[in-house]
Design a protein around this ligand. Structure first.
Ligand SMILES: [Mg+2]
Length: 324
């Protein structure tokens, strides 16, 4: 299959809902934001052996590529509109893998919304790599920033923390975990919190998605907001699998605090915010407070500061990156 056939057969159907994609048959797409909306643009790239395991199923790799980008849109309060894909497939790649990738991407775009409006596929002598640009929309001027948290605001997180990092620790370091299947599913298919993100417009003073680890990503909000934060480890929302894993090996608490790939949201909310309304969408837990100063402090159950040996390792091979 040559490149034109690949694009037409596998990827053109993913753009059908967007007239400005011109069936992926033109050099470029033409889009305007809906009246009164801003475009919100983000990009994340993933590389085989770095951000996903080479034997991860093709549809899971595609889902993860889309979802890590959707997670950034969610953190900004945006609704997905369009995507641009660059795909580097190894020259010796089996055609069935490429089809599985396109199917996984199409299924997820169908589920989460938006349309593929362009991109490029190339053959590479290296590992598979994929880069996606995601374009979302928010009412003009309402994109939630990392800047804006104030001392006294609540530190809130969505869902549960640490499942994906425990999967990586299990797979790469052989750490013993409980509920391994749940942890693996959370790693492969993170759930972008799009509905919660929309509800955070006008409520969250600052927000970020948790891709690099809770401590590191909360640190990004602190840095951009010019504040510090303190979190209480005992308040972390944990899945039954993560709680059981930590109960059996207390050292895994640090993995949960500093590991990446959760794709939950961490945000600042005023103390009188209606968190029950947010929790009706996705469970939200208050894990601490913003304070004067800088950096993130973590307290254990006795109120003593935990010393963390690392604050944010990203993705499968533990490459330290300044991710967005
Ligand atoms: Mg992010």
């Amino acid at each position: 299959m040559d490149e034109f056939e690949t694009i037409q057969r596998l990827f053109a159907p993913l753009g059908r809902s967007e007239p400005g994609a011109f069936g992926l048959g033109d050099d470029a797409a033409a889009l305007a934001p809906a009246p009164g909306q801003d475009f919100v643009l983000t990009k994340d790239a993933i590389v085989g052996g770095v951000h996903f395991f080479p034997d991860d199923p093709a549809d899971a790799v595609a889902a993860k590529l889309l979802r890590v980008n959707l997670s950034d849109l969610a953190a900004k309060g945006a609704v997905p509109r369009a995507y641009l894909l660059a795909a580097g497939f190894p020259a010796d790649l089996d055609g069935a893998w490429m089809e599985g990738f396109a199917r996984g991407l199409g299924d997820d775009i169908g589920h989460f919304g938006g349309a593929l409006v362009g991109g490029d596929t190339v053959s590479t002598p290296g590992p598979a790599f994929f880069s996606l640009t995601a374009i979302g929309e928010v009412p003009s001027g309402t994109m939630i920033r990392r800047a804006g948290a104030r001392p006294g605001d609540l530190v809130c997180v969505s869902g549960t923390i640490g499942d994906a990092a425990l999967h990586v620790a299990h797979r790469l370091e052989g750490r013993a975990v409980q509920g391994a299947e749940h942890l693996e599913r959370r790693y492969r298919f993170p759930e972008p919190r799009l509905a919660l993100g929309r509800a955070l417009r006008g409520v969250a003073r600052a927000a970020c998605d948790i891709s690099d680890g809770l401590v590191a990503d909360l640190g990004h909000i602190c840095e951009q907001s010019g504040v510090g934060a303190v979190i209480e480890a005992a308040k972390l929302p944990l899945s039954p699998a993560a709680a059981a894993s930590i109960a059996a090996d207390a050292a895994l608490l640090e993995t949960v605090l500093t590991g990446g790939d959760d794709y939950e949201l961490v945000f600042a909310a005023a103390p009188d915010s209606d968190l029950a309304a947010l929790s009706a969408i996705t469970p939200v837990t208050v894990v601490g407070r913003f304070e004067e100063g800088h950096g993130v402090r973590v307290l254990d159950g006795a109120g003593s500061a935990l010393k963390l040996s690392r604050t944010g390792w990203r993705h499968a091979v533990g490459t330290k990156e300044a991710g967005a």
